[in-house]
Design a protein around this ligand. Sequence first.
Ligand SMILES: [Zn+2]
Length: 310
Amino acid sequence: MHSNSEQKLNRICPVCLETRKEEVLAKQELLLVRCQSCEMVFADQVPAQYADAFYNEVADSLYLSEEKLQSDYATVRFEREIKLLRHHLSSGRILDVGCSTGAFLYQVKKRWPKSYDILGTDICQPALAYAKRQQVSVVEESFLKCDFGESHFDAITFWAVLEHLLDPRLFLAKAASLLKPGGFCFILVPNFRSLATRLLGAKYRYIFPQHVNYFTSATLRKLVGTESNWKIVEEGSCHFNPMVIWQDRKNKGAAFVSDQERVKLLKATTSYKQNPLLAPIKWAYNFSEKCLGATNLADNIYIVLQKQNQ
Ligand SMILES: [Zn+2]
């Protein structure tokens, strides 16, 4: 990776390191390309600022807005992730990489205070400050630079993180080195083969500059395959937000959706999920999420890995 005079990064494939790529989609200044070897889709000619300070700048308008915090700290927000964690690990030390305001760890600690030791890491300082105020332990250093010493974890989680990283392989390699034998790595990323992406194409709000990697279950599997020491123990597809499809279908010029509009929709979605009067709709909604999940068409894909004993 190197930057040219306009400070744009010319990327190689983040999964297989191939240099040959072809254009698949352009949305304003965002350019998506496909690796000619493994078919991974990723953003190319990325502004150099995305490599570092970017997330501190968006913190106030998005991560720390009241609506985003309410949505993230709502008990329903991380229910699928928590279920996945509980299914594989009933106690132990968890490291949440890209923990943002700490909402996932907060829920885990609140519900099972005696079972888990929690630690979060992120590069967004204002979000970490918020996490600390909620009694979530954090390290204020980027995951790659941080020396965790002798500590080995029973689980390392990447909830909606790898799509933001210019070099996700480095993060996975470090995660593999920090896990205890038998420990688990949980990964969740947006699904580039989702129903929403298929219906909306470039109009879809999650095709935007903050996402630099666009995984399918096949390319995510290839990425985790770069670590030979762990085994896939579960994978699937989850989450579905029909309101996003409803809103984004009207996005004629395929414009980027503002942070304000994002939080507005989050707020509406959270309140629908918590409204007891909408139970029948919720049933229909859960059913469609299940169908989409079964066909790998839901909004996100996840994969659970277990480190092998050597
Ligand atoms: Zn590739």
